[in-house]
Ligand binder design. Sequence first.
Ligand code: 13P
Length: 253
Amino acid sequence: MRQQIAAANWKMNLTLDQATHLLDEILKAPHDLQAHQKVVFAVPFPYLLLAQDKISGKLNFFTAAQNCYTKSSGAYTGETSAEMLQSIGVEYVVLGHSERREYFGESNAMLEEKAGMALTYGLTPIFCCGEALQVRESGAQNDYVEKQLKESLFNLSEEQIQKMVIAYEPIWAIGTGKTATAAQAQEMHAHLRNVLARQYGDTVAGEVPILYGGSVKGSNAKELFAQPDVDGGLVGGASLIAADFGQIIDALK
Ligand code: 13P
């Protein structure tokens, strides 16, 4: 059964005290999760070990880094390798978030290297794609997002692509309060699954979770996650509010 994931992307938010409190609040609430349903906390690097500690013993809960570098070690001041993340027990890594593409110049080619590195060290990449508003307004969103996938992922083997999670995050919906409609999300997710199917076949494409991100909240998660090709969400702002993120976890089908 395809996995369903509620992933919190805290971005560059919270102090240690606030992070501790938020994790405690979210984790104290009971969530009736099935084996294929997962909750992932993509926290800032300084809080990864804390989050690892807080979720220990909780079967459906995992941590993610928000980035990793293209190299496994060396003189790259300020960077963090996939191997380091593996060594502390992190399981997921968010790659190619639009904020990294825009502010840190991450290209599809660089993300291909990062995805390869993450997979080499046993991390599951949550690979982000998504178009800007002007691309959507010109009607070119399907081709745009297809190109992101092709240029970064299509040299992966069938076995490797099955280990990926894709997150569709239209840039115009990120942090704007303007969510894609459930129909818009479903249409794009079906397109992405088709793109995967053309390259890797239906069975493989049917196993890759595709998350939606962009102003997901407790109030709209259920409708979005009810779409057949929407396998959960990658959540920014609402993941910083325990009650809201709790509702999002409970919205997993
Ligand atoms: P918001 O949920 O704040 O719109 O952010 C989405 C996002 O970028 C998650 O990675």
